[in-house]
Design a protein around this ligand. Structure first.
Ligand SMILES: Nc1nc2c(ncn2[C@@H]2O[C@H](COP(=O)(O)OP(=O)(O)O)[C@@H](O)[C@H]2O)c(=O)[nH]1
Ligand SMILES: [Mg+2]
Length: 605
């Protein structure tokens, strides 16, 4: 039997490369901080990497229709009944469950209101507190303006770097819930898809699943509530679900289904009953999630961080060797070399300027494209709402303004959530392509400076690994949009009632058409604005990052030389000690380089 902790321990005992990488980052940080301010930049960058390595969490969402037992399953995974069940979930409020040694809850609001934090060890209190914010019963229509809730908790799975996410259920009643969930999925690494025997699987779930599959690579299928079924019934249900999945979603034959009773698992935890725990199915699910974690999670993130650490290691190495050369080369020769190097730096600066001009141009073009898309969307939205109106006009009964308005307010969130998803996918792809290209160009420019330094001063050259295209800051978010569904209050219909029928109908239609117009404008503007913010934010971050990298490389090379040069002129008596110190550093760096090489070759390519 594999328990949660045994895997963690085994992992640490094996001294697998993530542990080594941690160790290497630590010793490099120690070297950088103990050598005073000359390496303070590197120390800062290293501590950021350390944090990222710690935060490189995998996000797993729990998906399924209302009442399939999503919240119960999460409680079962955590081993205590902390999530409220049987509540009607609020649209767009996810609960993130993250690791912490102490238990607490943090509620975020979508306005300027400060977060609310609640600390308690009692599962009952935690459950009741959560329910106050995430349920329709206690927070109707989300009048509290909650944006998201985080539950901090200690469990084996969380400790290994999983963030679990309880999502509002999908289903026909809240179609825009479904759309909001789909928009959020690309931020997740995997999902648990819940079905149960009552009824096994519905059309709504199948069509949802088909969309989910496009956005998420790894799905675990779970049949919950198996305590209702006898063994033969379970086999029947499992066979039925497998067949439906392969017929209607094209998922390959060998689908792995996890039969589970969250209820048994929770009872087993309460009674501390290992037999019931085994029977509940929670152990095989936990085991499988842990396997997924250790095999897939670390690879991407650790490879990227190992690359970045190796770059910093080489930068420190270069800086030390340049300083050492500066002490040893005859002064006259040094002057010539510096002049030559300054020319190279100026050349790189010119290239950087050209590159940022090109980027500014690309940004402008994208903004124009956004305006075009917004215009297309205005037309599309107008047609969509006019079709809704037309459905009512077609009926041979008097046009009831309230009914049409209600139909609008149902259609709007669904339509705009979907468009939001498509629009952000479209622009994200374009921006990613552009940024990737510029990243490559920036890498070349920075490499040219490093290469010149190593040629001119005759020190070893190690090309930077770089980690272009990997966006560390890619945090999952849940977009909360307030789509405008109604704008103006209904007018007093006294005048309408006094009018002849034909005239009255025309007045109502005119009003509805005006309403369509303003609904379209308001909602498209909402979507255009958030896309614009995203675009600009990404470009801005890239430029800031580029400037920082450029300043860093100047610091590593030009400033390192000048600093050593100044010492040489003013404090000549200390030079010998300084040289010994630097030589000692080089020795330590060489050792670190060796373990870095080991870590990098350990990584699967
Ligand atoms: N018999 C049984 N009932 C369950 C099980 N899991 C959940 N339930 C019940 O199903 C209902 C809905 O569960 P909940 O977790 O709130 O579902 P959600 O809406 O998908 O989050 C609750 O009354 C739970 O007690 C299970 O494994 N067995
Ligand atoms: Mg729930």
């Amino acid at each position: 039997m594999v328990t949660e902790s045994s895997i963690t321990e085994q992992y640490q005992r094996n001294g697998d490369s993530p542990g080594k990488l941690h160790g290497l980052i630590n010793s490099l940080t120690e070297l950088a901080t103990s050598s005073g301010h000359v390496f303070s930049r590197h120390a800062e960058n290293l501590s950021e990497l350390h944090e990222r390595l710690d935060q490189g969490r995998i996000h797993i969402a729990v998906l399924g229709q209302f009442k399939r037992g999503k919240s119960s399953l999460l409680s079962a995974l955590l081993g205590e009944e902390v999530l409220p069940t049987s509540v009607i979930p609020l649209t767009s409020i996810p609960t993130y469950i993250r690791f912490s040694h102490t238990r607490y809850i943090r509620v975020h609001f979508d306005n300027d209101k400060e977060d609310v934090v609640f600390t308690s060890d009692s599962p009952d209190e935690i459950r009741m507190f959560l329910s106050r914010y995430v349920s329709e019963e206690e927070n109707p229509g989300n009048r509290l303006g909650v944006e998201g809730v985080e539950l901090y908790f200690d469990s084996g799975l969380l400790r290994q770097g999983v963030v679990l996410i309880d999502t509002p259920g999908i289903g026909s009643t809240h179609l825009h819930n479904t759309e909001a969930t789909l928009n959020f999925l690309p931020q997740c690494d995997a999902a648990l898809f819940l079905v149960s025997a009552d009824p096994p699987i519905t059309e709504v779930e199948i069509s949802f699943l088909n969309q989910v599959r496009k956005k998420i690579k790894k799905l675990f299928f779970i049949i919950n509530k198996v305590d209702y079924l006898s063994e033969s019934e379970l086999n029947e249900v499992a066979a039925f679900i497998t067949k439906v999945l392969s017929d209607k979603t094209g998922i390959a034959e060998n689908i792995e289904l996890f039969p589970l009773s969250s209820r048994y698992a929770l009872n087993a935890a309460k009674l501390n009953d290992p037999v019931l725990k085994e029977r509940s199915g929670i152990l095989s699910l936990t085991h499988c999630l842990e396997k997924f974690m250790t095999s897939e999670k670390h690879d991407v993130l650790n490879t990227a961080i190992a690359g970045k650490t190796s770059d910093i290691l080489h930068d420190i190495d270069m800086q030390v060797r340049l300083a050492l050369k500066t002490y040893k080369i005859p002064v006259e020769e040094l002057g010539e070399k510096l002049a030559l190097f300054d020319e190279k730096i100026q050349e790189a600066e010119r290239k950087k300027l050209i590159s940022s001009d090109i980027l500014t141009g690309e940004r402008k073009r994208l903004l124009l494209l956004l305006e075009e898309q917004a215009e297309v969307l205005r037309k599309k939205a107008r047609i969509h709402l006019e079709t809704v109106l037309h459905e009512f006009v077609k009926r041979k009964e008097p046009l009831r303004e309230n009914d049409v308005r209600e139909a609008f307010s149902e259609a709007i969130p669904v339509f705009f959530e979907r468009e939001l998803g498509e629009m952000s996918m479209f622009f994200n792809k374009r921006v990613a392509d552009i940024i990737l290209q510029h990243h490559k160009r920036a890498d070349e420019i920075i490499e040219s400076v490093r290469l010149s330094a190593s040629n001119i001063f005759n020190i070893p050259y190690h090309a930077h690994q770089g980690a272009a295209g990997i966006d560390f800051a890619h945090k999952p978010y849940w977009s909360l949009h307030h789509w405008k569904s109604t704008l103006v209050p209904l007018p007093d219909d006294l005048i309408d009632r006094l009018m002849p029928k034909g005239l009255r109908e025309r007045r109502i239609r005119n009003r509805l058409e005006r309403q369509i117009q303003s609904l379209v404008l308001g909602n498209v503007e909402n979507l255009r604005w958030s896309t614009l913010q995203n675009l600009d934010g990404t470009f801005r971050r890239f430029m800031i990052d580029l400037d920082k990298r450029f300043n860093d490389i100047i610091h590593v090379t030009r400033e390192a030389i000048s600093a050593a040069f100044e010492q040489r002129e003013n404090y000549s008596e200390q030079i010998a000690a300084e040289i010994t110190h630097l030589e000692g550093l080089i020795e330590r760096l060489e050792k670190m380089n060796e373990s870095m090489a080991e870590i990098i070759t350990m990584r699967p390519q």
